[in-house]
Design a protein around this ligand. Structure first.
Ligand SMILES: [Zn+2]
Length: 99
């Protein structure tokens, strides 16, 4: 289990990454070296901490590559398994950005 210092460092790395470019959960997990599931947890905290700095964590929503369905109303930060309209599992993953 990571110490809270490690967690802070990881969060700062994610904040730096998302401040520089749009990134998917996979980009974050590869960029920082953590599983995607952990990246989701960090995003929840990061959203709060950047808000206190007057910044915003933006989510460019996931969409279906087959029919273009956009997962706007989806619970944040999680990845849908398949499209509710066409049942396709090929998704353009959500991207995150801090500005
Ligand atoms: Zn679809």
């Amino acid at each position: 289990m990571a110490s809270s210092d490690d967690e802070r460092t990881i969060r700062q790395q994610i904040i730096d990454l998302l401040g520089a470019e749009e990134a998917t959960l996979r980009d974050i997990s590869q960029g920082v070296g953590i599983p995607e599931k952990e990246a989701v947890d960090h995003l929840v905290h990061i959203e709060r901490s950047v808000r206190s700095q007057g910044k915003k964590l933006l989510e460019i929503p996931c969409c279906c590559l087959s029919c273009g369905f956009v997962f706007e109303k989806r619970r944040r930060f999680t990845k849908p398994g398949r499209c509710p309209l066409c049942r396709n599992t090929h998704m353009q993953p959500a991207r995150f950005h801090i500005e």
